[in-house]
Design a protein around this ligand. Structure first.
Ligand code: FAD
Length: 496
């Protein structure tokens, strides 16, 4: 296979060569420049947009990361941090004139303190590897994105990732106690620590969810929890999505906080069943998986209460897991829902918006109408307990205009989320995907203040540019009252 780099003029090539030489001095064995090798980094899981990076560098130590960032700051070179590349919002999309800083070699668990319930890990460690490392001692790491087998803790911190257990145990931000962060200047700072109360200003809270725009995370202290005595799941089928949605609202209104509460609509149930044969009922319109955990007596009580609430909402069937194998089988379909949908269609866009739970039936009805309007199928999977929707829009990129229609359909869904009192994103971040929709949720003053935070960490705007902010203003301009003028143009988005 021949892969061509875009034609670069002599001055650009000479600059690239100088950057390569400088990076090789810092990381002698970790600089990738061959176009075939670079191809592996051309996109993240938001595959509609692709761009070969100028150079990939793979450091192994904090000192190397600091030296790379210091050099890039001084030489005015853009840097895009990357974990495992599973972002669904294009957060790790490379730029043709930027260094892609891959954190894959930061893959060690540094220490575990079972007494205080904390672990110190490098950012390239996968989410699931943290649980695997501590489960033998009866502990686990609670945030569990469906991508947990692949995604990195550094990416989780940058995206403030969630998962099915975040309803009860919180998102990444509630489970990270401290980070080591390298700033674009090359300075290394420690935010938070291994105690529950932050020291000084809660800058850790600013950094979690900052999408690689403020600094590069080189070490993370996470909270680990004791594995509950009992974990059981209920699989509940409903004749309509409305009844399933009402059951979710009634469970929460009863004061129950399940460990997880996930819903799938009928197309998602069928796709998941065909993919993993989890034993899902195919004749129901909505399927709810509710997990409870804790002491035996508490779980027995909660299961009985949830069964009774489900019956009041005309549940068509209720299955309760009687073994760990059965519980995992209930989850297998939900966890594999995204790849299962990949079997139905050449391409799909995974949306991520959050709405007040009570609006679920109305929003799903409207998504159905939009599906008819745009002539594109949609499959709905959602973290029902916290109102986080993941409509998957099915399209075929090889058909002229379908990607445009899919993107417009997705934008309408996200606008709808904001319209009903929700927000643009639940857990996948803004990236490039929702960047231009930010003004739907924030006014110019809100956005200017958010960018002032960016400027405090990265005044040259070199770290992950083109992501999150619909427009970037030069930091000097932001010091004034007005933010008009002085805009830094974004690079053109390289749609595939
Ligand atoms: C099939 C599938 C299922 C998914 N399910 C979920 C889910 O249930 N919940 C959920 O929240 N997400 C989910 N995701 C999205 C994705 O897995 C998460 O956003 C994840 O946290 C990204 O981690 P990553 O290591 O792949 O990061 P990347 O994709 O490499 O990067 C994501 C962002 O983090 C930044 N970044 C990465 N590492 C660092 C670092 N060390 N320092 C600073 N910035 C950094 C990047 O610049 C980028 O902005 C899913 C994705 C897929 C493909």
């Amino acid at each position: 296979m021949t892969i061509c780099m875009p034609a670069l003029d002599a001055s650009v090539l000479a600059r690239r060569d100088r950057i390569i030489a400088a990076l090789q001095r810092i990381v002698p064995d970790g600089v990738l420049t061959d176009p075939v090798t670079l191809r592996a980094y051309e996109c993240d899981a938001f595959t509609a947009y692709r761009q070969l990076p100028m150079i990939v560098v793979l450091p192994e130590t904090t000192a190397q990361v600091a030296a790379i960032l210091r050099y890039c700051d001084e030489a005015v070179v853009k840097v895009v941090p990357r974990g495992a590349g599973t972002s669904l919002s294009g957060g790790a999309l490379p730029l043709g004139d930027a260094v892609l800083l891959g954190m894959a070699k930061f893959n060690r668990i540094l220490s575990v303190d079972y007494e205080s319930g904390t672990a110190v890990v490098q950012p390239g460690v996968t989410n699931l590897a943290v649980t695997r490392a501590v489960e033998g001692k009866g502990f686990y790491y609670a945030p569990d994105p469906s991508s947990q087998i692949a995604c990195s803790i550094g990416g989780n911190v940058a995206e403030n990732s969630g998962g099915v257990h975040c309803l009860k145990y919180g998102l990444t931000t509630n489970n990270v106690l401290g980070v080591e962060l390298v700033l674009m200047s090359g300075e290394v700072v420690r935010l938070g620590g291994n105690e529950l109360e932050p020291r000084g200003l809660d800058l850790l809270g600013v950094v979690v969810g900052s999408e690689g725009l403020l600094g590069v995370v080189t070490e993370v202290t996470v909270r680990i929890l004791r594995t509950p005595e009992v974990v059981r799941a209920l699989l509940i089928g409903f004749p309509s999505v409305e009844q399933g949605g009402q059951c979710v609202a009634d469970v929460i209104a009863a004061g129950i906080v399940p460990a997880g509460m996930e819903m799938m609509d009928q197309p998602a149930i069928h796709a998941a069943e065909a993919f993993v044969h989890a034993g899902y009922p195919l004749d129901v319109k909505a399927l709810l998986i509710v997990e409870v955990d804790g002491p035996q007596a508490e779980c027995d009580h909660l299961i009985a209460e949830i069964e009774s609430i489900a019956a009041k909402n005309s549940a068509a069937c209720v299955y309760i897991s009687n073994s760990e194998t059965e519980r995992l089988k209930f989850w297998a379909g939900r966890k594999a829902a995204f790849p299962a949908v990949g079997d139905l269609t050449p391409d799909y866009l995974c949306m991520d918006g959050t709405i007040p739970r009570r609006c679920l039936p109305r929003v799903l009805r409207r998504i159905g109408e939009l599906s008819a309007k745009y002539g594109l199928r949609v499959v709905n999977v959602f973290h029902a307990g916290d109102g986080n929707l993941h409509p998957l829009i099915l399209y075929d990129a090889s058909q002229p205009g379908e990607l445009d229609r899919a993107e417009e359909f997705g934008s309408d869904i996200l606008r709808l989320c904001v319209e009903v009192g929700g927000v643009l994103t639940g857990e996948h971040g803004v990236g490039i995907e929702k960047r231009d929709l930010m003004p739907v949720m924030f006014n110019e003053i809100d956005l200017a203040h958010q960018q002032r935070v960016k400027c405090a960490f990265d005044p040259s705007l070199l770290l992950n540019p083109g992501k999150v902010f619909p427009q970037l203003h030069r930091c000097a301009e932001l010091g004034r009252v007005h933010v008009h003028g002085g805009k830094v143009p974004h690079p053109e988005l390289p749609r595939f």
